[in-house]
Design a protein around this ligand. Structure first.
Ligand code: FAD
Length: 304
């Protein structure tokens, strides 16, 4: 049997690598399965091993493993990816936690403010990260607040957190139970949880939460996780970056494929010469949002 190494310790020189997020938060990789891997390999090997069990084939070369993993990712044969599991310790503001908890495919154990008193730790964004409301997307922010307003907002955020925390402690002193005193605490209070998930579901989480439609604060956590797992499952991550439609890949609708076909037909018949302005071929769909999405995709092909 080949020598086994602790993949986390080997890649990070520590057994619990951690990346700082926001002002007081972090993501820490505390465990994974497989953790002991054959020397010279990464944890990707477990997904290949699982995929091969169906036809009884043993270990293959690293090149064969890479192409098998890329095949699995391209064709959405996802159960072998579920054989790789991760455990993270995360410290994050409550409003980010609320978004995270919507992901039902992992398991959570969260700090309880019924058992213990809250700490005086609140997320206060840097002055350069106080963002303005997006006009294009009702959910998103874009740009930053400028001028004197920045100092005002920043200062009042700090004051209001301090005052609220004092009030919380006063409630406890007055005999109110912890489970009710916490009602007053704001959404930027830090909490912590342990999160267990597998590679397939983690990649789903990362596709949604590293995307620029997600709130910037949760994007920071998603990107921290990506930085950590890239070291231990690099082949899977590269395949995901290359093929996933929310990463390097692209999903075309029937309408969009038809628009391309018409464009190429025109090109073949020579009409292309007359009509070609490098403008984005039109799609027939009625919704403005779908047209905008198509235009974003077409620009990636070099259309204007
Ligand atoms: C940018 C963004 C904006 C959002 N805005 C809002 C919002 O305004 N309001 C709001 O309420 N939510 C919002 N959400 C949350 C969103 O609707 C999902 O709840 C969240 O992203 C979790 O996604 P999921 O269900 O795919 O993930 P998971 O719960 O991790 O599930 C992964 C996959 O497993 C399958 N699955 C899991 N459980 C079930 C089940 N019970 N039945 C069938 N299939 C299941 C599904 O295929 C699912 O995609 C937003 C999310 C994002 C990323």
């Amino acid at each position: 049997m080949s020598e086994l190494v602790d993949i986390i310790a080997e890649k990070f020189n520590t057994t619990t690598p951690q990346i700082q997020c926001l002002d007081h938060g972090f993501v820490r990789l505390i465990d994974m399965m497989p953790r002991l891997v054959p020397k010279g390999q990464t944890a990707d090997f477990r997904a290949c091993q699982a995929a091969r069990v169906s036809y009884g084939n043993g270990t293959k070369t690293l090149n064969e493993d890479t192409s098998l993993l890329r095949y699995l990712m391209r064709h959405r044969h996802t159960t072998p990816l579920e054989k790789i599991r991760f455990e993270f310790h995360v410290k994050l503001p409550l409003f980010v936690c609320q978004q995270w908890l919507r992901h039902r495919t992992g398991t959570f154990n969260q700090l309880s403010l019924r058992y213990s008193e809250s700490k005086n730790e609140f997320y206060i964004p840097d002055k350069g990260n106080l963002r303005t409301q997006s006009e294009k997307n009702k959910q998103c922010s874009e740009g930053v607040v400028s001028g004197h307003e920045v100092d005002f907002i920043h200062e009042h955020l700090e004051i209001s957190c301090d005052q609220t925390y004092d009030q919380y402690m006063q409630f406890l002193d007055l005999g109110l139970c912890r489970e009710q005193a916490r009602m007053i605490l704001p959404a930027n209070l830090y909490t912590e949880f342990y999160w267990t998930t597998d590679l397939h579901n983690l990649l789903h989480f990362l596709a949604l939460r590293c995307d620029n439609h997600a709130q910037k604060e949760i994007q920071d956590y998603g990107n921290a996780i990506l930085t950590l797992i890239k070291e231990v499952v690099p082949v899977s991550i590269q395949a995901w970056e290359d093929y996933h439609p929310m990463r390097g890949g692209m999903l075309l609708t029937k309408d969009e494929v038809d628009a391309f076909k018409r464009y190429i037909e025109d090109k073949k018949t020579g009409e292309y010469e007359a009509c070609f302005t490098e403008k984005i071929p039109e799609i027939n769909t009625a919704t403005k949002r779908e047209v905008n999405e198509w235009q974003d995709k077409a620009r990636r092909f070099g259309f204007n």
